[in-house]
Design a protein around this ligand. Structure first.
Ligand SMILES: Nc1nc2c(ncn2[C@@H]2O[C@H](COP(=O)(O)OP(=O)(O)OP(=O)(O)O)[C@@H](O)[C@H]2O)c(=O)[nH]1
Ligand SMILES: [Zn+2]
Length: 395
């Protein structure tokens, strides 16, 4: 059956020279591959059993002021015939998918999903939850570009991508590219010393987490190198804003068990500048990861900085972490100057009190945010960080 469909698909692709557009979804094609797609939002009924939803695939899926729309395709299929899994990584046209039963598959993506997405490159990303059809190994030869250390047991064809949450995007040449999806939490890792703590970096990452609607946890690693008393005021500021702050030490094991439990039921992205101890923390949490982590950290630096492939690493105790160079060196992405204050919980309550609706809270008169800084309701350091962020990155 799978083979027959594959053949039909190949014929159809050939006929349309590999490019299938929505208007090409004729009855002929749908009958051929039993693909029934229902464009619910545009009210354009093509058949009765599927849906095409327009969703924002931007950082912060529901953030009305950031980024552009992209099509995310949801083809409802008979799931009893399919296997469910998580995409660990994407290599060209192949995705490595971990099925719920622990088997690894090398999957291609059904052509109709690719053709209905606006950005074919981003049709499936690490972290995606997918339904796929398993295929015989000797099928259509989808066994290329597999790394030697990956034990892939079978091939598959991704038929459905579940709706995403927690999307992290990158903009290049004016286009949004989804890097990872279904990020439940973000560890914003700083170190108490070597390198010393940089609150501005923490603030930036907190902004991005807020924009992506991802739960942040501020981890202050290498706590063994300092007297914790010196960190009290900084920790106090973040804690008073409602952020979870966790002092850790990969060396002494402080709070490693807590972190382990936290990671065990989530998909978590790790962010933080080089040398703060991201790999060391992961190794402390799961010593068995040593190889995978050190192979990232010990590659020559050129290789390490040029790779942009996102990878989801499943953990023994459940949960998984994203290892993504692009997220490690967190930059501000796709944030407009006017939305920054609204993403900061301490500034947000005052924004509506400003005289000008588009107030940037810098040099404007009658600014409620500046008034709150002047009488101590907003921490001066946080306001200072806000001004730097705007002036250095966004204006
Ligand atoms: N004293 C102390 N040293 C630590 C701790 N965690 C990590 N280190 C050291 O800090 C250095 C950098 O640690 P890594 O784990 O490689 O840091 P990283 O954040 O993964 O760095 P990149 O891979 O460059 O992004 C290593 O020499 C570690 O031994 C800690 O809790 N305490
Ligand atoms: Zn203002």
């Amino acid at each position: 059956m799978a083979k027959k469909k594959g053949k039909l698909r190949a014929e159809f692709r050939k006929k349309h020279q590999g490019r299938v557009r929505k208007r090409d979804l004729t009855r002929e094609f749908r009958d051929d591959v039993s693909s029934r797609i229902d464009d619910v939002e545009q009210g354009e009924r093509l058949s009765g059993k599927g849906e095409l939803t327009r969703r924002r695939t931007i950082a912060g899926a529901d953030n009305a002021s950031a980024g552009s729309d992209a099509l995310q395709v949801n083809v409802r299929v008979d799931e009893s015939q399919l296997t469910h899994g998580r995409v660990l990584s994407v290599h060209g046209l192949q995705s490595k998918v971990l099925a719920d039963d622990g088997r690894l598959y090398a999957c291609a993506v059904r052509q109709v999903l690719k053709s209905l997405a606006t950005d074919q490159r981003g049709v499936v990303v690490a972290g995606d939850r997918v339904w796929f059809r398993t295929e015989a190994r000797d099928g259509d030869g989808g066994q290329t570009a597999r790394r030697a250390d990956e034990v892939v047991t079978a091939d598959g064809m991704i038929e459905r991508i579940e709706p995403r949450h927690g999307i992290i995007c990158r903009t290049s040449r004016g286009k949004q590219h989804v890097i990872v999806a279904n990020v439940d939490a973000m560890l914003i890792i700083a170190s108490a010393a070597e390198p010393g703590i940089k609150p501005v970096l923490i603030d930036r990452m907190l902004l991005t987490a807020a924009q992506c609607e991802i739960e942040p946890v501020v981890v202050i690693n290498k706590i063994d190198l300092v007297d914790p008393v010196h960190l009290q005021s900084l920790v106090g500021v973040y804690a008073s804003l409602g952020y979870r702050v966790l002092p850790t030490s990969a060396t002494t094991g402080q709070n490693i068990e807590y972190l382990k439990a936290f990671l065990s039921n989530r998909q978590t992205a790790l962010a933080g500048q080089s040398g703060v101890g991201k790999s060391s923390l992961l190794n402390a949490i799961e010593p068995g990861l040593a190889l995978a982590v050190s192979s990232v950290s010990t590659e020559n630096s050129k290789g390490r900085h040029t790779t942009t492939a996102a990878k989801l690493i499943p953990l023994e105790e459940g949960g998984a972490v994203f290892d993504t160079p692009g997220i490690r060196q967190f930059q501000l992405w796709d944030i407009q100057a006017t939305e920054v204050a609204g993403l900061m919980p301490d500034l947000r309550p005052y924004v509506s009190g400003c005289r000008y609706p588009n107030c940037l809270h810098l040099h404007e008169d009658d600014c409620a945010v500046k008034d709150a800084v002047a009488d101590g309701r907003i921490d001066a350091r946080r306001y200072d960080a806000y001004c730097h962020l705007l002036e250095d990155d966004l204006l």
